[in-house]
Ligand binder design. Structure first.
Ligand code: MHF
Ligand code: KIV
Ligand code: MG
Length: 278
């Protein structure tokens, strides 16, 4: 398993960091086998796995439940778990308690929190308690209601300046990496140059030190809205649809199962059972 020190070194040497989200055992297993550097158990699971229209309804227990499955599937991969909406904005000691519980129950390697400003003390508190923290700037899905939707951030000089300041603040607070979501590629380049810790981009252009995409987006698995910054690296959803339709038709028509997929009793046993009369 890679460490935060190795991620720093990868940045120094210009080696890209690959991150993918995963929410269950098979996805984690596939991701580890493919050699990704980091897995994010994102609260996006609320949308792509649980069918909510936003990440707002995801709970700490949801995150723990899915993260445990991911850890079982990827025992040797660095796992980051999102702290969900509302779980790190109250009393700081309560936040630490929640964070400790998430780390202990999931055996994750780091937690991720969205924002700067009032989140900087959270990053400090968790880091001082020995919990590696990944920061998240730019488009903050947990604040979509306040931002007015899933919109690109940092497009004006003023916003860009604020984001650069925030990035330096979260680094100073002790963050081990920072996710940059939906910002102009030029801003990503500036932030990545200014920071020592790695930047992981999503919809942030090629200049980030690493990239992250949602599992269900890059594999086109599901019927959800796919953001513009996604490339389809496979079309798993089409295969799933074909497979389930074929299965349905085969059962209805009696084509499945055949003798090959059935278990057979020996003739001698049948004779004993029916006394020679069938
Ligand atoms: N499936 C999925 N993929 C994600 O990347 C993702 C989630 N869900 N849920 C949590 C957040 C929300 N994210 C999103 C969701 C939608 C857009 C989106 O539709 N953006 C517009 C651009 C809007 C603009 O031009 O300002 C787009 O068309 O891509 C962006 C990020 C990223 N995260
Ligand atoms: C979009 C990524 C960075 C995320 O936070 C998630 O998947 O929840
Ligand atoms: Mg998230």
């Amino acid at each position: 398993m890679k460490t935060t020190a190795q991620f720093l070194k990868m940045k120094e040497q210009g080696e890209k960091i690959v991150m993918i989200t995963a929410y269950d055992y098979p996805a984690a297993k596939f991701s580890e086998a493919a050699g990704v550097d980091m897995i994010l158990v994102g609260d996006s699971l609320g949308m792509v796995v649980l069918g909510y229209e936003s990440t707002m309804r995801v709970t700490v227990e949801d995150m723990i439940h899915h993260s445990k499955a991911v850890r079982r599937g990827a025992p040797d991969t660095f796992i980051v778990v999102d702290m969900p909406f509302g779980s790190y904005h109250g009393d700081i000691n309560e936040t630490l308690k929640t964070a400790v519980k998430m780390m202990q129950e999931t055996n994750a390697n780091a937690l991720k929190v969205e924002g700067a400003d009032e989140i900087v003390p959270v990053i400090k508190k968790l880091t001082n308690a020995g919990i590696p923290v990944v920061a998240h700037l730019g488009l903050l899905p947990q604040s979509a209601g306040v931002l007015g939707g899933y919109k690109v951030q940092g497009k004006t000089a003023e916003q860009a300046e604020k984001l650069i300041k925030d990035a330096l603040l979260v680094e100073q607070a002790g963050a081990c990496a920072v996710v940059l979501e939906c910002i102009p590629h030029q801003l990503t380049e500036a932030v990545s140059q200014k920071l020592t810790i790695p930047t992981i981009g999503i919809g942030a252009g090629v200049k980030a030190d690493g990239q992250v995409l949602v599992f269900h987006d890059l594999l086109q698995y599901g019927k959800h809205h796919i953001p513009k910054f996604v490339e389809a690296f496979a079309r798993v959803g089409d295969e799933v649809e074909k497979g389930i339709t074929s299965y349905t038709n085969a059962v209805k028509s009696g084509a499945f199962p055949t003798l090959q997929q059935s278990f057979t009793m020996k003739e001698t046993e049948l004779i004993e059972l029916y006394g020679g009369v069938k």
